[in-house]
Write a protein that binds this ligand. Structure first.
Ligand code: UDP
Ligand code: GLC
Length: 382
């Protein structure tokens, strides 16, 4: 039984990959721990469903306007950070450690430490590279980590290497992968036909799914471009624009409206029944245009026994061994993606061998018990 008393702090409460990852660790420590959310949202209900103690300590509007990507903060938001930091310091006196699950959560936790709060573990889910984070943001994040974090948990070795390259101390790092319950996939019938019937997809057509928030760097446009060259393929887009990005959604709708794709792109928005939906597909695409810190959807595809076609880089390389447990292709290349799709749909023996090997790996390497053990070791001695 896990007995460490952890105050989990999360700024955001939308259900992105980092928050879904938090659900598993918060559940594992629920008897002795609590989650503090700095905004309200769907994560709160999911935590309550799991009987995790959760509280919302509402951050103010000015804090919401601080851009993580640019590191810009107004004086008012600095005041808010200070106020929250003090509150968290006070609250953390009843806990062994603070676990900060995102960057803003980490900044207020670091301030809490300054005010005498419990030791801080930053769970870093992002690759701190110039693609997504400004130099100022990276400098602030890494300096705060070097000064105030007792440990930095990273979701892949790639995330850890980027942290070090940005100036972070190597000795702070511990790698803990995301964990998954294989049972959630195993209990679903392998042939899910209802959705395809509802969407009017003929039996002899292949369906490729993408399960990501709508965001430019997730690369839905690459999948649509690839599919436009394969007239027998239908595309299932599952996910919503979780962090703004309405413009990108608009751009995608325009691409999907072109004649070569008409009637072949199916939009489902944000869904919670991922195992069922994955099992309705013939393959799953991951198209990130920048290195993916971890890539939960790839492991989920493996557990659903569907071939994953993913872009090389970041954590993806730690999940897929090319042609053994999935296909790896360079990012931003619709032509190679179309070729990979053609291969998995036509070479059935190769594909079924690959999905079985991938399933076996995913069940062990990314099981909830194994990642919880890694988590326990990562916080040992604090
Ligand atoms: N997901 C979901 N509903 C959706 C789309 C995605 O629950 O409509 C889940 C998906 O199954 C995965 C997570 O969101 O577990 C996305 O995590 P990932 O690491 O792939 O990417 P992130 O969005 O965190 O960068
Ligand atoms: C972040 C990353 C994603 C990772 C998830 C869980 O959202 O973008 O790659 O899988 O966190 O660690």
């Amino acid at each position: 039984m896990n007995t460490k008393k952890i105050l989990f702090v999360s700024y955001t409460a939308v259900l992105g990959g980092g928050e879904l990852c938090l659900l598993d660790f918060a559940q594992a420590y629920r008897d002795s721990s609590e989650v503090l959310l700095l905004t309200d949202g769907a994560l709160k209900n999911r935590l309550e469903d799991l009987e995790v103690k959760v509280k919302v300590l509402q951050a103010s509007r000015s804090l919401a306007d601080v851009k993580v990507s640019s590191g810009l903060a107004s004086l008012k938001s600095i005041g808010d950070l200070w106020r929250l930091g003090k509150q968290i310091a006070q609250k953390s006196k009843d806990f062994d450690l603070i676990h900060a699950n995102n960057q803003k959560g980490f900044v207020v936790s670091a301030i809490a430490r300054l005010f005498g709060g419990a030791p801080v573990v930053w769970h870093l889910h992002d690759i701190l590279t110039a693609d997504i984070f400004s130099p100022t943001n990276r400098r602030i994040a890494v300096t705060l980590a070097n000064w105030f974090a007792t440990r930095v948990i990273v979701n892949s070795q790639a995330t850890g290497e980027a942290f070090i390259a940005a100036g972070g101390k190597r000795q702070l790092l511990r790698t803990v992968y995301n964990g998954f319950s294989g049972e959630k996939f195993d209990c679903i019938d392998d042939r899910q036909t209802t959705l395809r019937e509802e969407l009017g997809i003929p039996r002899d057509r292949n369906l490729i799914g993408m399960f990501s928030r709508l965001s430019y760097w997730k690369g839905q446009h690459i999948l649509l471009e690839a599919a436009s060259t394969l007239p027998d393929v239908h595309v299932l887009l599952v996910g919503d624009a979780l962090f703004g990005e309405a413009e990108y959604t608009e751009k995608l709708k325009n691409i999907a409206a072109q004649e070569s794709l008409q009637g072949r792109v199916h939009w489902l928005g944000f869904r919670q029944d991922i195992p069922q939906l994955m099992k309705a597909c013939d393959a799953i695409a991951h198209c990130s245009t920048a290195p993916e810190p971890f890539g939960r959807v790839i492991v989920e595809a493996q557990l659903a026994k569907r071939p994953a076609i993913a872009t090389i880089g970041g954590g993806t390389n730690e999940i897929i061994e090319n042609r053994i447990t999935g296909l790896l292709i360079p990012p931003n290349d619709p032509r190679l993606l179309a070729e990979a799709m053609r291969e998995v749909f036509s070479n059935r023996d190769f594909t079924s061998q690959m999905v079985e090997t991938a399933y076996g790996q995913a069940k062990t390497k990314f099981s909830i018990p194994s990642v919880c053990m890694a988590f326990e070791m990562a916080i040992a001695g604090i």
